[in-house]
Design a binder for this molecule. Structure first.
Ligand SMILES: *Cc1c(COP(=O)(O)O)cnc(C)c1O
Length: 434
């Protein structure tokens, strides 16, 4: 028998061996058949972004020497300095800071803020409440070392009922001492919509018309490479994100980036290391190859995560569960929310995602009282890099409306398997009847 001709037969038997019943696979395949157009558009964006990244790497003359190990002070760390040029080139900015010493996205954001705000300055969020972890950075929730402790005040303008910007409110909230405007691109784990780069550009133009010297910073987490342009293409002075999300491509084991105006990035360098030393120090300790190769893969990895999200939205929408974004709307980040309305749904979904993982698939996730949350939370992650959320992962607080948030998928075949497995577990637990 020619095995090649029976590839689909083999695929079906492997799904079965992995634990997925025929009805689940058939249901998934029917949904997937309707997504060709969506997937083609995602691939087009990935094609553009792949070319953009390669073009930047060629222009900056990335060479084999960029992957060498640098230790100690890290003076003349060519790999590090060239990578920062590559990021600046990809984001079309004057400069960038891309370091393993930036420990996570929150750290990168805290760094960009504290480097560019001084006592007496005001920080403004015109898009409502920022990401949870920033509340302590800003001092919305009191914390040691917050911006509030250093005399930086904060004001916030809520979004309008329909999720759009409250331009009147924003105009009134810009004062003489307003120095920096922070705009979060992704909804994160809120129910508001995520913003397109175009919408962010309109907001930036609006605030700069009122006060031209305002610094506009965009929290770009989960948004990189979802579109062909980035917030820095529409006037953002700083864009900030985590390397264990989209731009690390699943390979970066740690890190964060800040790309933007030269003077603002210089201030970030001084804040990260020390006044006077700045970007000159900070050895890259052998992680450079993963940073470069991760960035190289990031456009297609992001595309895989997007396909997984679109697939999940359409599967669960078809089954009658509320999904945000819905099955047909455009995407501005890689996060997908599904509301199950009961704890069993959230738990079964997360069990399925875990069971489909390449790592720790034998572990059963259970809800627990995670520090900082007001309800039990369940998390599914079988990741190569701990906590990496560009890898297929899901989590949900065990409280009404019993919604699960999931994101990632380094490859589309894995994303597809994860979603099918989540459905398999929902069927097993009788939350869903096919
Ligand atoms: C993930 C995220 C952060 C924080 O990043 P960490 O790496 O988890 O510290 C900030 N803002 C948004 C919108 C995020 O999605």
């Amino acid at each position: 028998m020619d095995k090649g001709n029976n590839c689909d037969f083999d695929i079906i038997s492997l799904y079965k061996e992995l634990g997925i019943r025929k009805q689940v696979l058939d249901f998934g395949r029917k949904i997937e058949a309707g997504l060709e157009g969506r997937f083609a558009a995602i691939d087009k964006t990935a094609e553009y972004n792949q070319l953009k990244v390669i073009h930047a790497m060629q222009k900056c003359q990335v060479g084999e020497g960029c992957f060498h190990y640098a230790s100690g002070y890290g003076y003349n760390d060519v790999g590090r300095d060239t990578l920062e040029e590559v990021y600046a080139s990809v984001f079309h900015t004057e400069s960038a800071l891309v370091r393993p010493q930036i420990t996570c996205g929150t750290h990168a954001l805290a760094l960009a803020l504290s480097a560019n705000l001084r006592p007496g300055d005001e920080l403004l969020s015109p898009v409502g409440r920022p990401y949870d972890t920033l509340e302590e950075v800003i001092g919305i929730r009191p914390s040691k070392g917050s911006l509030a402790e250093y005399g930086v005040s904060y004001s916030q303008v809520e979004l309008l009922e329909d999720g759009t910007f409250d331009y009147d409110g924003i105009r009134k909230a810009i004062h003489d001492n307003t120095k920096l405007v922070t705009i979060q691109r992704s909804k994160g784990y809120q129910t508001r919509p995520s913003f397109s780069v175009g919408q962010i550009g309109e907001l930036i133009s609006f605030v700069k018309e009122i006060k031209p010297d305002l610094i506009c910073m965009v929290d770009n987490c989960y948004g990189e490479f979802v579109e062909t342009i980035e917030p820095s293409d529409v006037g953002a002075d700083l864009v900030v994100g985590s390397l264990i999300k989209n731009p690390g491509g699943g390979l970066a084991p740690i890190g964060g980036y800040i790309a933007g105006r030269k003077d603002l990035i210089e201030a970030c360098g001084y804040r990260l290391t020390s006044p006077g030393l700045g970007k000159e120090v900070g050895a890259s300790l052998g992680v450079m190859q993963s940073f470069y190769q991760g960035l190289f893969l990031a456009p297609t990895v992001t595309a895989s995560a997007l396909k997984s999200a679109v697939f999940a939205a359409n599967i669960y929408e078809k089954l009658g569960f509320p999904v945000v974004p819905n099955g047909s709307e455009g995407r501005h980040d890689i996060i997908q929310a599904v509301t199950f309305g009961k704890p069993e749904g959230v738990i079964a979904f997360c069990k399925g995602i875990q069971a489909a993982a390449p790592v720790d698939s034998f572990v059963t996730p259970i809800p627990w009282a995670m520090p900082g949350y007001d309800s039990d939370v369940i998390m599914a992650a079988g990741a190569f890099v701990q906590g990496s959320s560009i890898e297929l992962s899901a989590d949900g607080p065990i409280k009404p409306p019993y919604a699960v948030y999931f994101q990632g998928g380094l490859t589309w075949p894995h994303g597809r398997l994860g979603i099918l497995m989540s459905l398999e577990y929902l069927v097993r637990e009788s939350v869903v009847v096919l």
